[in-house]
Design a protein around this ligand. Structure first.
Ligand code: NAD
Length: 427
């Protein structure tokens, strides 16, 4: 066995990292002590163990989570993740970030996150369907269209949202079924999904990069960029940035990393990944190892995979001007410090990837009103909401002379503090 690490040497868990980020901001604004106690605690934590029949007739037990952090601003809202690393600590962190996101872009949602601890690649489509449906059944009325609304996240998609919707409405009384299509967002369009939801997170990332470029007089048509993760967020960010003439020079996913100084076409790569399952082996590129990928010289880096990628060990390798965090939690506190010292500007996750929850809000509204908005309307409203969030964060960073992550927390905490002061604490 390896030697036991001292506490100071131990890697912080994701949720410990969130608490440290929270503490930095709360000190600066002298957040009310009572309200701080509320916001640093999750409201509800649900762990469900449920049985599912496998294709070969055997039975397996799965563990699912739903953590509801806070609903002061509106119903709990947050994605569902299917991944082997899903655990209660990760869910707490991701649920908390959801609360901050909605507060920053000012939409009437709280924060939640859920998931199942599985490697979905090991299951057939029919098994995944039964797992998703049985998980929904196990959650029961702990989720609901006016109470807690799931959405896609890592390894979940519109098809899974469709199964969840169908299961949920099948378990409620028939006369209520037609009012409940807003139980999930990120649904297929035919089931009440919104145009623009699929690309929403990547579109939000690109709107923010455009804003940064405008303010810094940076010419995106000459820019180079690198992306980590080529799933929903990574592929859409890459494809939309290409429209400016920017050049994708390096990309990494769970199958490996690839590089081409002359540029990789994200649309061609997308077709290739659909066929092969990953970026590895794409013919118009050369392979890279992980460290060389991180060392790639580029103007913009979009992490769009998993957490804790930019840390004490890796942040010094980066050779970029801007990091736009498509993923949740890609940078830890030590990573932030190094990026600041290196003068790399960072658009933090709680602002940068909020396009997903913003368009989820639009989808939820359209379902409630039986409307279907066109794509121009969705994009225009998304742009307005996310750029207003950008300006709020920018203003706080200037006012408190702090980095953008702390500024984003300050925006969220100040808004929630005002709301709690206005409503008071029962009884
Ligand atoms: P996805 O499942 O569609 O794609 C995940 C990608 O990450 C895949 O390309 C996968 O190969 C890659 N990946 C996984 N492990 C990796 C590793 N160790 N190294 C490199 N690449 C790896 O997931 P997604 O929905 O695109 O989500 C990506 C990130 O964005 C997550 O942090 C998620 O929480 C966040 N996010 C997603 C949305 C959304 O609308 N989908 C919204 C906000 C934030």
């Amino acid at each position: 066995m390896g030697k036991t690490l001292k506490k100071s040497e131990k890697e912080l868990s994701l949720y410990e990292n969130v608490k440290l980020q929270f503490n930095l901001a709360k000190k600066i604004i002298k957040l009310d002590t009572g309200i701080s106690k509320i916001l640093e605690t999750t409201m509800n934590e649900l762990v469900v163990n449920f049985p599912v029949k496998m294709d070969n007739g055997s039975l397996e037990i799965f563990t699912g989570y739903r953590v509801q952090h806070n609903n002061a601003l509106g119903p709990f809202k947050g994605g569902l993740r299917f991944h082997p690393d899903v655990d209660i600590d990760e869910m707490r962190a991701l649920a908390t970030w959801m609360t901050w996101k909605s507060a920053i872009v000012q939409i009437p949602f709280g924060g939640a996150k859920g998931g199942i601890q599985i490697d979905p690649s090991k299951y057939s489509k029919t098994e995944l369907e039964r797992i998703s449906r049985r998980f929904t059944f196990a959650l029961g009325n702990n989720i609901g269209p006016e109470y807690d609304i799931p959405a896609p996240d890592v390894n979940t998609n519109a098809m899974i949202m469709g199964w969840i919707l169908d299961t949920y409405i099948s378990t409620i009384t028939p006369n209520n079924r037609q009012h409940c299509f807003h139980i999930v967002t990120g649904k297929p369009i035919g089931l009440g999904g919104s145009l623009g939801r699929d690309k929403a997170t990547g579109q939000g990332v690109v709107f923010l990069i455009e804003q940064w470029a405008k303010e810094t007089n940076f010419d995106l048509s000459k820019a180079t960029y690198m992306v980590q993760g080529f799933g929903n967020v990574g592929s859409w960010s890459a494809k939309l940035l290409k429209n400016h003439g920017s050049k994708l020079v390096a990309i990494e996913d769970m199958t490996g990393a690839i590089f081409n100084s002359n540029g990789i076409d994200p649309d061609e790569l997308s077709k290739y990944v659909k066929k092969t399952g990953g970026v590895k082996g794409f013919k118009k590129s050369e392979p890279l190892n992980h460290d060389s990928f991180l060392r790639t010289r580029a103007d913009i880096f979009i992490p769009a995979a998993l957490e804790k990628q930019i840390t004490k060990k890796t942040a010094h390798l980066l050779n970029v001007k801007l990091i736009a965090e498509g993923a949740n939690g890609p940078t830890d506190l030590a990573g932030d410090k190094i990026l600041e010292e290196k003068g790399i500007h960072l658009i933090p996750d709680v602002l940068c990837n909020s396009g997903g929850v913003i368009v989820s809000y639009f989808e939820w509204l359209q379902n409630k009103r039986s409307e279907a908005w066109d794509i121009e309307q969705v994009d225009e409203k998304l742009s307005k909401k996310i750029i207003n969030g950008y300006k709020r964060v920018q203003e706080m960073a200037e006012k408190h002379k702090c980095n953008w992550r702390t500024a984003a927390y300050i925006v969220a905490l100040s808004h929630l503090e005002t709301v709690y002061k206005e409503r008071g604490i029962f009884p």
